[in-house]
Ligand binder design. Structure first.
Ligand code: BGC
Length: 359
């Protein structure tokens, strides 16, 4: 159901369905379901700006970090990528270069000498075309051949749907006219106590992975797939995030905490559970399901109180976390890992689900 209404950013309150309203000069799309769950998404960066979900007692809170105005998204210092789609290659590519079919490609470098989240004008920094469908919104973007150094015109879409099972379903599709690499993901920061709460270290996290990819000081994978057993990276049984954060561990030192990629224990290529996050006080639960082979758990280590969010609260160190479904970082330089290459005639087709609940 679609109704065209004008509403203040955080206070839309009409029936179940999809609404469109102005988000300054950009549009804001509001998805609602029958359980009072409300999700706001803008076509600037195909960005989720808010996710309002009930706690165990039925109290609603916004569990996604973000800003109130589009100017803040455009001008954000330190570029946190709150809620946006990142790509053409989400995560890092070493030294911003890779070889594909004997051609060397040089990408924009925006993270020291490395390439991060698609470069200087990644998919988080562009205005996407939007199409309202029943109970979903489809955002499309044509990334031009050569943009940020990537080969091929890439026609990409992400469709966000909200179900009555409190799931945000994100379906990505892409085609290209030249061989290229693609790895897109959503970069929402969650705090299940509500955005603006001080820390996520009390959240309990489960990651369905027996191995992770250790990194160098620039957060580029070394190539090793390391067992999580007997390391702070073991989340195979649910564990409070803060429990091992102060362990003497070189990997935690490099990431300033958790900022690593876990290789998921998958059965096949269906949508499978990758991670579960639980906040004991509110009882809110987030399950992340995906078709992707890996997951970056970023613990908000670079938040330092300088960014002030939509409700006026400063986002403190580790006050939000990202669970980014993806291929492993630097895969274009790791031919032994699952491929991120997309060729003409092929279709990029991935699905990730954020499913909310309580316990
Ligand atoms: C990366 C972090 C980076 C952050 C930027 C995350 O996906 O893993 O290293 O600082 O994005 O917001």
């Amino acid at each position: 159901m679609l109704s065209l209404v004008t509403c203040a950013l955080l206070t839309c309150n009409t029936a179940v369905g999809v609404e469109v309203s102005d988000f300054d000069s950009i549009k804001l799309y509001t998805l609602k379901n029958q359980n009072e769950m409300v999700v706001d998404i803008t076509n600037y960066g195909a960005t989720i700006t808010s996710i309002r979900v009930p706690d165990r007692a039925g109290n609603i809170a916004d569990v996604a970090l973000g800003y109130r105005s589009v100017e803040s998204y455009i001008n954000a210092i330190d570029r946190p990528y709150f809620g946006s789609v990142v790509g053409r290659y989400g995560n890092r590519i070493a030294k911003g270069s890779f070889i594909l079919d004997n051609n060397k490609y040089t990408l924009a470098t925006n993270d020291g000498q490395n390439h991060l989240h698609g470069g200087k004008m990644g998919f988080d920094k562009v205005v996407w075309k939007a199409e309202v469908l029943e109970d979903s919104v489809k955002f499309s973007y044509l990334a031009r051949d050569g943009e940020e150094g990537y080969p091929g015109n890439l026609a990409l879409s992400v469709t966000y749907s909200l179900t009555d099972d409190n799931e945000i379903v994100m379906h990505y599709e892409a085609t290209t006219d030249k061989p290229t690499v693609v790895n897109v993901t959503n970069h929402t920061y969650f705090n299940l106590s509500g955005e603006g709460a001080t820390t996520i270290n009390d959240h309990v996290l489960h990651i369905n992975a027996s191995k992770f990819t250790p990194v160098d000081a620039g957060l580029i994978p070394t190539g090793e797939l390391r067992d999580v057993a007997e390391t702070p990276f073991d989340f195979r049984t649910p564990k409070e995030i803060g429990r091992d954060l102060d362990a003497h561990d070189t990997q935690l030192k490099y990431g300033l905490g958790y900022d690593h990629n876990w290789v998921l224990d998958r059965i096949d290529d269906a949508v499978e559970l990758a991670a579960m996050l639980y906040e004991p006080n509110s009882g809110r639960v987030l399950e992340v399901l995906t078709t992707e082979p890996a997951l970056q758990f970023y613990g908000g280590n670079f938040l330092d109180g300088r960014l002030v969010g939509k409700s006026g609260k400063a986002y403190q160190h580790r006050s939000g976390l990202c669970l980014e479904t993806q291929h492993s970082p630097d895969s274009p330089n790791r031919p032994e890992w699952p491929s991120t290459v997309l060729r003409p005639g092929e279709k990029y087709n991935t699905t990730t689900v954020y499913r909310f609940g309580v316990k």
